[in-house]
Design a protein around this ligand. Structure first.
Ligand SMILES: [Zn+2]
Length: 261
C-alpha cells in the first residue's frame, strides 16, 4: 500500500467513526458482543472482547444470579410513581428498549431514582430456585449521584400483556429507534397490579447484565409476576435472534435479602 492510499483509508475510517458517533446509538456501543458463545462474542467471552468489559470476567458481584436462599430484612418499600411516556422504542441489536421521558420516579426509603428506560430479556436472566421464566423486564433507574437501581419483573406464560403487544407491534426490526406518534405506554402496566404495589421483593448488590458489566447496581426482583403469551415470547425472540439472557453468575459472599414480614 503506498502512502496516498494509506491516507485515503485513514480519512474514510475517521469519517465513518465521526458519522457513527453522531448517530448516538453506536456512540457508546464499544466492541461488538452478543449472546452466542459459538461466535466467540457470547457471554463467556465478554470480558476478553475489550478492556472496557473486563468487569464481565473480573467482577465479584455480577448479575444475574440464581435466587435460592434469602435472608429476611427490613428494607424500605418500593414506591413507584410512573406516568405514561410517549412511545419511543430502541432496537439496539441486543434487546427492545422503551426510553422514558423525565419525571417518573422510584422511591426506596429516602432515596429517589428517575426511571430511564425498560427493556426485555428472554429467557429471564434471574432464576428462582434454578428455574428461569420465559421472559423478564428490567426497569432501569438512576439517582442524582449516578447510582443505578434496577427492578426486575419475571414474566410467566399466561395471558398476553397489552403493553408488550403495543411495543412488539411498533418495534423496528433493524437496529433503530422509532418514536410512535400519538402512542404512549406506562411501565406500571408491566408490573404486578396496583394492590401489590410495594409488595415483596428480593434485593441484592449486582451489576449490569450486559457489557461493560459495571457493578454497584441495586437490584430488586419482584416476587409477584406478570404474564405473557407464548406468541409474545416467540415474537420477541425474533428480535433478539433467539435469546438475550446472560447466564447466572456466582453469588460469592453476597447475601440476598427479602422484605418478608
Ligand atoms: Zn436487562
Amino acid at each position: 500500500m503506498n502512502r496516498k492510499s494509506i491516507t485515503k483509508t485513514t480519512l474514510v475510517a475517521l469519517t465513518l467513526s465521526t458519522a457513527l458517533a453522531f448517530t448516538g446509538a453506536y456512540a457508546t456501543e464499544g466492541s461488538h458482543w452478543d449472546y452466542n458463545d459459538a461466535n466467540l462474542t457470547g457471554p463467556s467471552y465478554w470480558g476478553d472482547l475489550s478492556h472496557d468489559y473486563h468487569m464481565c470476567k473480573d467482577g465479584y458481584e455480577q448479575s444475574p444470579i440464581d435466587i435460592s436462599s434469602a435472608k429476611d430484612k427490613k428494607i424500605g418499600e418500593l414506591k413507584f410513581s410512573y406516568s405514561g411516556t410517549p412511545l419511543s422504542i430502541v432496537n439496539n441489536g441486543h434487546t427492545l428498549q422503551v426510553n422514558y421521558a423525565a419525571g417518573s420516579k422510584l422511591r426506596i426509603g429516602r432515596d429517589v431514582y428517575d426511571l430511564l428506560q425498560f427493556h426485555f430479556h428472554t429467557p429471564s436472566e434471574h432464576t428462582v430456585n434454578g428455574a428461569a421464566a420465559p421472559m423478564e423486564v428490567h426497569f432501569v433507574h438512576v439517582n442524582k449521584a449516578g447510582q443505578l437501581a434496577v427492578v426486575g419483573v419475571m414474566m410467566d406464560f399466561g395471558r398476553a400483556n397489552k403493553t408488550l403487544d403495543k411495543i412488539l407491534h411498533h418495534a423496528p426490526h433493524e437496529v433503530a429507534t422509532v418514536t410512535v406518534d400519538g402512542e404512549s405506554v406506562n411501565g406500571r402496566s408491566l408490573m404486578p397490579g396496583r394492590e401489590d404495589e410495594a409488595e415483596k421483593f428480593f434485593n441484592y448488590a449486582g451489576s449490569l447484565t450486559t457489557p461493560p458489566c459495571s457493578e454497584g447496581v441495586r437490584w430488586f426482583v419482584l416476587k409477584k409476576r406478570i404474564t405473557v403469551s407464548h406468541e409474545q415470547v416467540e415474537e420477541f425472540s425474533h428480535f433478539v435472534h433467539g435469546a438475550n439472557a446472560r447466564p447466572v453468575q456466582p453469588l460469592n459472599d453476597r447475601t440476598i435479602s427479602a422484605n418478608d414480614d
